[in-house]
Every structure is written in C-alpha cells, then in structure tokens.
Design a binder for this molecule. Structure first.
Ligand code: PLP
Length: 391
C-alpha cells in the first residue's frame, strides 16, 4: 500500500498547468515556443489597483484580518452584486478566499459527503471533478458538444438528477468553450431543480468578458428559488488581470453554510493576503471599469480574427464563443486523439495548446487567445501546417 493517503493518490495534477509548465521549460531551453495554454490575461494589473496595494502597505495594513475578509471589502462585494447583478448579499453571506479555486474547495468540502453526486456539464473546467472526488463525491458528467453550443438542456439535467444529487456546477461564460447561458436558458434549468435539494454552484469568473453584445445574466438573479439555492463564485483573476493576487469570493444567502466554510478556512489559510484585500476594493467599486472595457475589447477583436483564421483551415472548425478568452477547436475529422495532437503540435511546431480530453471532451483542443495578435497569427499558421500534414 502507498504511504500517501487514498485521497491524495486519487488527485490528478491540473492538466492546463502541466502543459503551461512544459511550454515554459521548453522556452527556457531556448526553443521557439508559442504558448496558448495559459488561463490568464496577458495584460498587466491596472495601475489604480497597484497604487491601492502600495497605499495599504504604507498605511500598515499588513496584519491578520478577520477570516472572511475586512468589512470594507465585504461591503464592496455587496455593492458590486447590487449594482451589477441586482442581487442583495450582506456581509454574513460572503466569504473571500485565495482565488475562486479556494472558494470551490471550501464549498465542496463543506457540502459533499461520500457518495454524493455532483452534476458537471462537459467540457468542464479541469478542477471541478477533481475537487468533487477529493471530497468523496461522485462527478456525474453531462456531455455537450458544438452542435448544442456546449450547453446542457433541461431534459439532460432532469435525466441526470437522482436522489443522491447534491450539486450542479454551472460555468457561464465557460472555460473552455466560451459558451454563455442566457436568462431563458437559466430559468428553464432552474425549473427542473424546483422542489429538489440541489445546490447550484454558479462560477461567474468570466462575467466581464462577454462579446458581440452578449448580456451576462447571474444565475441567482433569475428567481427567488434560484437565489436561495445558488452559491455564486466569482473573483478578480480573469476580469481585472489579477491572477497572481489571489482574490476570489463566493456569495450565498445560506449563512450557516458560510459559517462552516469560514471554520475550514480559519483552520487552513485564514484570511487572504491583507494587501490584496485593500487593492481589491477599487475594481469592485467600478473604479477600473475603463481598463476592464479596454481589455474586453482587445479580447473581442482577437477572438474575431482567430475564429476566422481557424475556420479557414480545412479539417477543423470552431464555434464563435460568446465569452471568456478561449476557443474550443473541433479536430474530430483529423482522426487523431487530442492528447497526441497536442503533444505532436508542441514537439514539431512549438505550439502549446491543451487537449480536450483534459476538459472531459475528446476531439477538441483549447486555444487561449490571451496572447498578442501577432503571436496568435503565427500560432494559427503553424497549426495549419500541422493539420495539412495530418490530412
Ligand atoms: N473558475 C474558472 C472557470 C476558471 O477558469 C478559473 C481559473 O482558471 C477559476 C475559477 C479560478 O480562478 P482563481 O483561483 O484564480 O480565482
């Protein structure tokens, strides 16, 4: 038997981080590598946020705080929900953690027991099934593909629910597909859940990154029933280019649940970095909205061009995403599995993408366009060469 716990033995390392690390290593060896594997904006954190951090240090805000976050930050989050999503959350409904990743960790640990089922639409963000399994739960995957716009239907949801279903995880805008559920679709999914004890986890990390006039709708804003059963997870990593600051948060009207998660966090990491807390207030209050809009427009322009370039290549195709900063490219006609495709592409052409299988969907790869347009053009050119070779 292993000297490690069964729990940790069953955990897989993040595939996206693995590919990004390999690409970085090859680059460090002097190889000509173009990486489209990372899940982070290529923009710098806005100046206003950096200044708030420096001010916080100067003013001596360098000590422990309450576990859930300083009151000013919790109030800024409340204000954000009220202003942008028309949702009411008080301080006791909120918990700030080291990135949305820790929010999801706290949540799965607090709610899931051995054998509980958690419904996860595929393609999914790599972390969800791992966190569910780590908590002893069983991921129940609903498959979607490009023909359905990578969205689940109410019928699919209904068929997946059993007496053991504890949770449904929705991601809109989606990593890795960029799909976005509209209000009607969320309402229809919510109807299926009425009368069940299922908690909805709504991961809204890419809320600010929506394109071509797409309207973002918060799951909890759909109905009183969805407000009560939804835990909204969000953060500043993607929308404000703050990945390294580690600021994520969740909101739920279930104050007992928040208390349980605060206990877990108090015994593991305590409060998040105090300086980050102070620096997070300006973006939540809308003080860097101009910078956020500039980044969104840049992503949108790159997306338009990249989609055109990919769809001009014979043998592969991609749906035009409505949000986030990824393309989920269909390679089913090439007769090659996504892992081999990605490995060969990196070895022969120095282009790093993430195989679809890592997101639970074979026959695709994920291309992050969080890179400058010149690099994107060169990357797609190399992918085209490789695809021609395969056909
Ligand atoms: N949720 C989704 C859908 C993501 O893509 C990510 C990051 O890749 C996260 C949550 C977690 O982000 P963070 O822990 O930086 O807040």
């Amino acid at each position: 038997s292993s000297r490690f716990s069964r729990r940790i033995e069953s955990l897989s390392p993040s595939m996206t981080i693995a590919v990004s690390t390999l690409a970085r290593e090859l680059k460090a060896q002097g190889k000509d590598i173009l990486s489209f594997s990372a899940g982070e904006p290529d923009f710098d954190t806005p100046e206003r946020i950096k200044e708030a951090a420096i001010d916080a240090i100067r003013q001596g805000h360098t000590k422990y705080t309450s576990v859930a976050g300083i009151p000013e930050l919790l109030d800024a989050i409340s204000e954000k929900f009220r202003r942008e999503n028309r949702l009411e959350y008080a301080r006791e409904h909120l918990l700030v953690s080291n990135g949305a990743k820790q929010s999801l960790f706290n949540l799965t640990q607090a709610l899931i027991d051995e054998g509980d089922e958690v419904i996860i639409p595929a393609p999914y963000w790599v972390t969800y099934p791992e966190l569910v399994s780590y908590a002893g739960g069983k991921p129940v995957i609903i498959d979607t593909d490009d023909r359905s716009g990578f969205k689940i239907t109410p019928d699919q949801l209904e068929a997946a629910i059993t007496p053991r279903t504890k949770m449904l995880i929705l991601t809109s805008p989606s990593n890795p597909t960029g799909s976005v559920y509209d209000g009607k679709e969320l309402e229809a999914l919510g109807k299926v859940l009425e009368g069940t004890p299922v908690t909805v986890v709504s991961d809204e990390m890419y809320e600010k990154l929506v394109f071509d006039g797409t309207e973002f709708v918060a799951t909890a804003s759909i109905s009183e029933d969805l407000y009560r059963r939804t835990v909204t997870v969000n953060g500043l990593s993607k929308s404000v280019a703050m990945t390294g600051w580690r600021m994520g948060y969740l909101a739920t009207p279930d104050t007992e649940l928040v208390k349980k998660m605060i206990s877990l966090q108090s015994q593991s990491t305590s409060n998040i970095n105090t300086i980050t807390q102070y620096a997070s207030i300006p973006p939540l209050l809308g003080e860097v909205d101009d910078e956020i809009e500039t980044m969104r427009q840049a992503f949108e322009a790159r997306m338009h061009e990249a989609v055109e370039l990919f769809n001009a290549i014979d043998g592969i195709s991609v749906l035009r995403p409505k949000g986030a900063f990824y393309l989920f490219v269909n390679i089913k006609d090439l007769g090659i599995d996504s892992m081999t495709f990605s490995q060969e592409l990196l070895k022969k052409y120095g282009v790093a993408v993430v195989p679809g299988i890592g997101f639970g969907s074979e026959g695709y790869f994920r291309f992050s366009y969080a890179a400058d347009i010149v690099t994107i053009r060169e990357g797609v050119r190399r992918i085209e060469k490789f695809v021609k070779e395969l056909r």
